[in-house]
Design a protein around this ligand. Sequence first.
Ligand SMILES: CSCC[C@H](N)C(=O)N1CCC[C@H]1C(=O)O
Length: 339
Amino acid sequence: MARAGLDAVWISDPANVRAVSGFSSGKDGKVLVTQGAATLYTDARYTVQAAEESPLDAFIARPPATLEHAAPGLAGLRVGFEADHLTVAALEDLRDHWPQVTLVGVQGLVQSLRAVKTPGEIQAVRDAQALADRVFAEVRPLIEAGARELDLASEIELRLRRAGAQSAFDLIVASGPRGAMPHGVASDRVIQDGDLVTVDMGAQLRGYHSDMTRTVAVGTPGAEMARVYRAVLEAEEAAVRAVKPGVRAADLDRLARDILTGHGLGEAFAHSLGHGVGLEVHEAPSLRGTSDDVLQPGMIITIEPGAYLPGVGGVRIEDLVLVTEDGYEVLSVSPKELL
Ligand SMILES: CSCC[C@H](N)C(=O)N1CCC[C@H]1C(=O)O
């Protein structure tokens, strides 16, 4: 707050609310952080839950009573709001109820604190990934000719649910030519002999996420897609090996991109190399070419190069990687030598 020139911050992004308060229903909560104090605002549906989950003082009410409660202590102060989350209507509400406050839009304030995980958070992501690996191993034999993408997705979701977790995002199961869509969520396509099938899955457990992609062959794939697979695997493994504290995220993206370019696949790598994972599937740091982020111990990132050939198919291989004091630890253990 001091660096941003603020006296207080109004936190409304659900993941940030959870991060600073421990309250797990962040979408129905807000946190006001002032110099030396922090208050959780939520409503009467959560009285018991807030007391159980959060060490913060809670004020139980619905807006606008929440804003009216906060107003007297904020008069004359510079108060940050999360510009990348707050709606225009919610900002108008703040303006109406806090006329004596200077409201300042800030971005990434709490997100940057979340990029380095605590030991407890690392354990939560580790557990989520271990569950995802287990479920992938169970479902792997079902990826065969005649299966529908949607049936594979429901099997994965069911098994995650039974284990007390849930899918971290809409499952991506993209077979054959659909593999050319990086976000090809499961459809009713029936998998054919010779297809490559990209499965991008994650578990959400105790609020924390995992993220992993495997591309597997059904029968014998054509020579071109087998070549693409080897190129993506080479880029992925090289980028993972380069992970260590002090490395610029943009340089990792460049490393993987150069390898794919060397195989004539630079244009086919249609997204960034990866991202941080934690309370959200996509969070800081960013592993894109324009990122200023530098890796630090305790960050959990994905390394996920891909190559997408419209009308033909695609390959993505993704590992979940913990940045350690002297290098890295790969948290995802599902096999990659699947061709
Ligand atoms: C909708 S969550 C997608 C999870 C996935 N592992 C992922 O992060 N990506 C797949 C394509 C690139 C990357 C992304 O930036 O979305």
